[in-house]
Design a protein around this ligand. Structure first.
Ligand code: SF4
Length: 319
């Protein structure tokens, strides 16, 4: 029996911009999906897709304009912040910005334990820190006592992950965690996230612009474009059988993968971006656009039990 960690229902986030707050920017529009315990769900999209806004809302750092999120069956608004921020930990893109440069690593690692487990003795704190550092592939004797500038980006990201693990989280929200790391080290961090999921049973939400990373690490993929879900399903299904033209476009940008989709779509990358708020948001870039796509917003439809797509190419959908 699967256990739900998140139920996200009709989530919408609109930012007001401009001097008189007259312009509206729709960051997320009617986003609905579930996350099961033990999932590694990748949320994939380019910049401006709304993926980081979604991460911030899930981290309770931003409030949605409308819609609901249930965390383990309880309305997220009702969940105690302190408890939530222990159970749901974040790892961000820039490991350098995540540390105070004048604090030794020890101080950074002790802080969350002192905050959440203030009954622990100094000895217990250090033994927990050492165990977690070893789990993330770092030698405690070569890590403790040093300052952030003495580490590489990859090592700092491991320390960030260790800090998140110290407080026994149930969910890890990783927002582009490898995008600022040397390409040669990315797979190591992805493998570490995989171990965290398998060995510690932690549910992971992996936010990325890179579909190849998503397919490497996750069991489910959700593709966002301009704040709307374009495609959602089991990773294997989405990668092997991408249905939405946007997912196919993302597939075509992965080197050395199946190039079935590249010819017509790569040309579309050159197109100037516009957004169609009435019809399909992808319509200005879509080589398959038809008149219905300009005037009618496609709904998200089930193609298979674990594969949904938002596109008029796949039958009638409800706006
Ligand atoms: Fe392209 Fe139309 Fe499908 Fe949108 S609904 S992705 S414009 S075919």
């Amino acid at each position: 029996m699967t256990e739900l960690v998140y139920e996200v229902k009709n989530l919408t986030k609109v930012f007001e911009a401009g001097f008189f707050r007259t312009s509206k920017i729709v960051a997320l529009n009617d986003v609905t999906f579930n996350v099961d315990k033990g999932d590694v769900l990748s949320i994939v999209g380019e910049s401006g897709s709304g993926k980081s806004t979604l991460a911030k809302i899930l981290l309770k750092l931003e409030k949605p304009t409308s819609g609901k999120i249930f965390y383990k069956g309880v309305d997220l608004n009702e969940v105690d912040n302190k408890r939530y921020w222990r159970e749901v930990q974040a790892v961000f893109q820039d490991p350098y910005a995540s540390f105070n440069p004048v604090h030794r690593i020890d101080r950074t690692l002790k802080a969350p334990l002192k905050n959440y487990f203030n009954h622990l003795s100094e000895r217990d704190i250090y033994s927990r820190i050492k165990e977690v550092l070893e789990f993330v592939g770092l030698k405690p004797e070569e890590t403790l006592g040093k300052y952030p500038h003495q580490f590489s980006g990859g090592q700092l990201q491991r320390i960030m992950i260790a800090r998140a693990l110290l407080v026994d989280p149930e969910v890890l929200i990783a927002d582009e965690p490898v995008s600022m790391i040397d390409a040669s080290l990315r797979i190591e961090i992805l493998n570490l996230l995989h171990d965290i999921n398998v060995k510690r049973g932690i549910t992971i939400l992996f936010i990325t612009h890179d579909l190849s990373l998503a397919s490497y690490i996750s069991n489910k993929i959700l593709v966002l474009y301009r704040g709307e879900i374009m495609e959602f399903g089991d990773s294997e299904e989405v990668v092997e059988n991408p249905l939405h033209p946007y997912t196919q476009l993302l597939m075509s940008s992965i080197p050395q993968v199946d190039r079935r989709f590249d010819r017509k779509l790569e040309i579309e990358l050159e197109k100037i971006e516009e957004v169609n708020l009435v019809g399909c948001v992808f319509q200005p870039r879509c080589p398959y656009a038809r008149s219905i796509c300009i005037n009618t917003k496609p709904g998200l439809i089930n193609i298979k039990p674990n594969h949904l797509v938002r596109c008029h190419l796949y039958g009638e959908s409800q706006g």
